[in-house]
Ligand binder design. Sequence first.
Ligand code: FPP
Length: 224
Amino acid sequence: MDGNGRWATAHGLSRSAGHEAGLRTARDIVEAAVREGVGTLTLYAFSSDNWKRPSAEVTALMRLFRRALIGEAKRCLQNGVRLTILGRRDRLPSSLRHTVEQVESLTASGSRMHLRVAVDYSARDAMLRAAAAMRGENVTRDGFTELLARVDHDAMPAREVDLVVRTGGEQRLSDFLLWECAYAELLFVQKMWPEFDAEDLAEALADFRSRNRRFGLAPEQVAS
Ligand code: FPP
């Protein structure tokens, strides 16, 4: 969800107003993703490196997350969306942690789509914690994937990521799901997150469907 700050500055607004606009977009995109039949949608809301931002912005974001979770829980329930938070929890304000637990339990039966919001998330830190949990044992790829899910409280063992859509014009992964993105298709769009809409999501999915995924195989093997 990149570009909230730049969008706000370009419109003469505060960065907080940009994040508020970003939340409205998140709401629209979640509903559009349900309609499009997306199985799991992960929104990257706050990376572990985002703690280094000015404290006023961090505090405002933590408040926004809590308000958003409270506000969205009912809507998720009505739409059959299971909402979980991906990332470390021990550094979140206790009020937010409490809300996360409530919302996760309220929406646990949602089976139409799994919405993961990544907060205090770092793929590299998760891999370090998963490696420590291995305690010297050999693990398979699937085993490591499960360990990653466990260290970040993921409700289900993370599946392969199919498509990453990054708004805001930057072309990088910024420590997002690095293990799970091994064969992800990448799409970088110029629009800032508050400008991204349901039509853009539909276009992104159409682009994804047109791609030829080979997972390391030769083209003729894929064709057969
Ligand atoms: C990146 O824009 C966005 C964020 C750091 C926060 C996004 C969070 C929300 C939209 C709230 C969503 C909450 C829920 C529960 C779904 P940026 O500030 O890095 O933008 P910039 O690169 O233009 O400065």
